[in-house]
Design a protein around this ligand. Structure first.
Ligand code: PEP
Ligand code: MN
Length: 338
């Protein structure tokens, strides 16, 4: 249930509305937006006397909310959420956030070199995996702690905040200390223990959509993190599994529009994992921005044919710079800037 307050309500009227809701057995979230103030009921709202509440002075309207996610729901928080990833990278505002870097950290030379190149082209953050979720146990699993150290070095050189994937609850403390944005991969979107622990951290969480997850399941995973107290969630559409095999996944751009309507959280698009083909990345990036994405996360590698992971979908630094030039032209057409 949400209560929309009338413009010009008094503090006493607000307190009275909150009290009436609390008497019904719920906790109340107060969201003061630019135009409206909304009270959201957390918990079972069945005990609230809806008629009494709607007749209180200062109350404009009382609405039942049928969606199971509350904190992530736009009805509870009408204004867009802006997530500060550090180093000047804000996700969810007018400025597009472009996160770029290799699938995996491979060496100091590689990660620092790519970081410098993407920074020069105008990227807002650096990505790079150190703990990799690989389908085969025999494939490169990432550099682990050494990879995190190299990302920190690349950050020190370029000033770019670092985004990297967490796989295990064992690493939550270390990630909170060392990285700027903690990525939850598609395969861990419903690792509820991990989500609960991340809810207790203070770092922004980039939450990828699960391989075959519905929009509601994805938002419920965001809700797990937010329910723990961490409301700094960035959603990431990275393609879903369909019957189509030409592309690695099917990029669901309509999901960007859907979650922006259903939720106040920012959404970025990962065209690299969605398509699995480097030659599709530029056009799908432009399409994502045209569809209203708040940013992109793109795999960029200095030598894609020899990449230890995801070379086929990685673009080169030169291709990335060319994409950024196109985004600079497109952004103002859709009310954004780069
Ligand atoms: C990645 O970002 O390298 C990755 C493994 O992504 P996803 O979880 O979307 O497959
Ligand atoms: Mn990858």
């Amino acid at each position: 249930m949400v209560v929309i307050m009338k413009p010009g309500f008094t503090p006493e009227q607000l307190q009275q509305a909150i009290r009436t809701m609390e008497e019904g057995g719920v906790k109340v979230m107060v969201s003061k937006g630019t135009e409206t103030t909304i009270l959201g009921a957390e918990g079972n709202a069945a005990g609230i006397n809806q008629e009494k509440l709607s007749l209180l002075p200062g109350v404009e309207r009382v609405m039942r909310v049928t969606e199971p996610y509350k904190k992530a729901n736009r009805k509870y928080h009408p204004d867009d959420t802006l997530v500060d990833a550090g180093g000047g990278c804000l996700v969810g505002g007018k400025k597009l956030a472009v996160i770029a870097g290799p699938c995996s950290v491979e060496s100091e030379e590689q990660i620092v070199g790519v970081a410098r190149a993407v920074k020069e082209a105008g990227a807002s953050a650096l990505r790079g995996g150190a703990f990799k979720p690989r389908t085969s146990p025999y494939a490169f699993q990432g550099m682990g702690n050494d990879g995190i150290r190299l990302l920190q070095e690349a950050r020190a050189v370029t000033g770019l905040p670092i985004v990297t994937e967490i796989m295990s609850t064992d690493n939550v403390e270390m990630f909170e200390m060392c990285v700027d944005v903690i990525q939850v991969g598609a395969r861990n979107m419903q690792n509820f223990d991990l989500l609960k622990q991340l809810g207790k951290t203070t770092k922004p969480i980039l939450l990828k959509r699960g391989l075959s997850s519905t929009i509601e399941e994805w938002l419920m995973s965001a809700e797990y993190i937010m329910a723990g107290g961490n409301e700094r969630v960035i959603l990431c559409e990275r393609g879903i599994r369909t019957f189509e095999t030409f592309t690695r996944n099917t990029l669901d751009l309509s999901a960007v529009l859907a979650v922006k309507q259903l939720s106040h959280l920012p959404v970025v698009v990962d065209p690299s994992h969605a398509c699995g083909k480097a030659w599709m990345v530029e056009k799908m990036s432009l399409a994502a921005v045209a569809a209203g994405a708040d940013g992109l996360i793109i795999e960029v590698h200095n030598d894609p044919p020899h990449a230890l992971c995801d070379g086929a979908q990685s673009i080169t630094p030169d291709q990335f710079a060319a994409l950024m030039d196109k985004l600079r032209v497109l952004a103002p057409c859709v009310g954004r800037e780069l």
